[in-house]
Structure formats: structure tokens, C-alpha cells
Ligand binder design. Structure first.
Ligand code: PEP
Ligand code: MN
Length: 262
């Protein structure tokens, strides 16, 4: 069970030679979407050099409008694997349908996005797999709903779950979502699972990424997932919240001064 009552110690998720949780802090970084080989490889090289330990990048994108860029899909996964081959960075990428599980065989961490947090069939399928899952909190999910979504994955036998707080909907319009920093201590009280923070989707603006990363570290988060792009002004998705690669380097230096890395 995800409940700490049944498992008093913090869980450490081991993936691709990295540890996540119980004080092992990791930064996952990369563009919102994989766009082409040069883009994803440059992002991978630069976020790795800055100190990130995982490459993120969406291939299947859950977009509000059906007319927006939907991701490169299977081709995007291939490009991510190519970036992994060239840099050695393990990859994290979102799945949108259980029908695609075979395509994700070489993905290191499968992301279950906020919009699918209560896609119970998908949760059950991921529960039957043995892949580490990055489970993002739904746009207006309560903590109970969030932890019960993780419980679905556990119920199928897969206990490799990392939680991610990515902001919740509030009335505030200056930011895209509102980072619920309480999620970190609440998860730590009620569960043994690691929780990381996504300051990029929480704020929707790049100038908030550093302050929210500091807040995440102060609250005791186990890591961060940050959007960084080689050319944010021309990004096909989420450019306004993406750091450019120099800005990512600067933010990483600040994070490294504040968080305890392995
Ligand atoms: C993403 O990581 O690009 C994403 C779509 O995140 P979320 O599901 O948190 O909105
Ligand atoms: Mn995004």
C-alpha cells in the first residue's frame, strides 16, 4: 500500500543506476515536446552538463486543442532513445494510452500526466507493468484522489511510483496553476513514496521556475522536473514556461547550492 502506516520508511526508487527518494534528489529536465533530433540531442547534452540526471520530453502530448501540435508520437520516442544513446541520460516521457505500452519498453520512467491521473484503465495497466511511473497530480485532485491513483498502480503489483505535484487550478490568473507546496509534507505524512515538484507547469512562466524550485527544496521534495528548450520562443509547446539552456544552467547552479545531491 502507498500508506505510510504499512511502510514506515521512505521508499527509494532505483532506476537506471539512480536513486530517487529518502534524500536522494534528482532533477529531470528537457523540452515539453520532442520536436526533432537536433533539438532533443542539444537539450539532452546541455541539461546533462548542467547536472540533470534524467531527460524529459513529450512524444504523446495531451493538448487542450485538437488542432495544436500533438507530439511526434512513436517517432518522438525514437528520437528520445537516440538522445539517450548519445548522452547516457535515462528518459522520462508521457503515455496516453495502454495500447502504446509496447512502444515504451525502453523508456526508463513512464509519466502519467495530470489529465490521466484518474484514467483507471491506464492506471491498472501500468500497475501490471514493472516500469517506474511518474504519476502527476490531477488538475484539481485532492490528496486522497492523488494517493488513491498511486494505490491503483500498487494494487496491480507495481510499487515503483514517484509522485509529482505540478500545481492545481485556482482563481489566480497571473500563473497557469498554483503550486500546492502542502502536497510535499502531506505526501510525506501519509505516504512513503517520493514526491518531486514540477515548477514549470505549476507556474506556466519561466520567471517563476527558480523561486518555486527553491520552495520545493525547502519543503523537502525529492526532486524537480523542469522544462528547458534550446529555443523557447519557437517551442511547439509550453514555450512561455520553458527556460532556455543558459537559464537552465543558472537555475541548476542555484539548485545545486540548496539541495543535497547524492
Ligand atoms: C508535461 O509534462 O508536459 C505535461 C503535459 O504535464 P501535466 O500532465 O502536469 O500537465
Ligand atoms: Mn509541458
Amino acid at each position: 500500500a502507498v500508506n505510510r502506516k504499512f511502510h514506515p520508511e521512505d521508499t527509494i526508487i532505483e532506476v537506471a543506476g539512480r536513486k530517487i527518494g529518502a534524500g536522494y534528489f534528482n532533477v529531470m529536465a528537457g523540452p515539453c515536446s520532442v520536436e526533432n533530433e537536433a533539438q532533443i540531442v542539444e537539450c539532452a547534452e546541455r541539461v546533462k552538463a548542467a547536472g540533470a540526471s534524467f531527460l524529459r520530453g513529450g512524444a504523446f502530448k495531451p493538448r487542450t486543442s485538437p488542432y495544436s501540435f500533438q507530439g511526434l508520437e512513436a517517432e518522438g520516442l525514437k528520437l528520445l532513445l537516440e538522445a539517450k544513446r548519445q548522452t547516457g541520460l535515462p528518459i522520462v516521457t508521457e503515455i496516453m494510452s495502454e495500447k502504446h505500452l509496447d512502444l515504451f519498453a525502453d523508456v526508463d520512467i513512464i509519466q502519467l500526466g495530470a489529465r490521466n491521473m484518474q484514467n483507471f484503465m491506464l492506471l491498472k495497466e501500468l500497475g501490471r507493468s514493472n516500469k517506474p511511473i511518474l504519476l502527476k497530480r490531477g488538475l484539481s485532485a485532492t490528496m486522497e484522489e492523488f494517493l488513491m491513483a498511486a494505490e491503483y498502480i500498487f494494487a496491480g503489483g507495481n510499487t515503483n511510483v514517484i509522485l509529482c505535484e505540478r500545481g492545481i487550478r485556482t482563481f489566480e490568473k497571473l500563473i497557469r496553476n498554483n503550486l500546492d507546496i502542502s502536497a510535499v509534507p502531506l505526501v510525506k505524512m501519509f505516504s512513503h513514496l517520493p514526491i518531486i515538484i514540477d515548477p514549470s507547469h505549476a507556474a506556466g512562466r519561466r520567471d517563476m521556475v527558480q523561486p518555486l524550485s527553491r520552495a520545493a527544496i525547502a519543503a523537502g521534495a525529492d526532486g524537480l522536473i523542469i522544462e528547458a528548450h534550446n529555443d523557447p520562443a519557437h517551442a511547439l509547446c509550453d514555450g512561455a514556461q520553458s527556460l532556455d539552456l543558459n537559464q537552465f544552467d543558472t537555475v541548476m547552479k542555484d539548485i545545486k547550492r540548496r539541495a543535497e545531491f547524492e
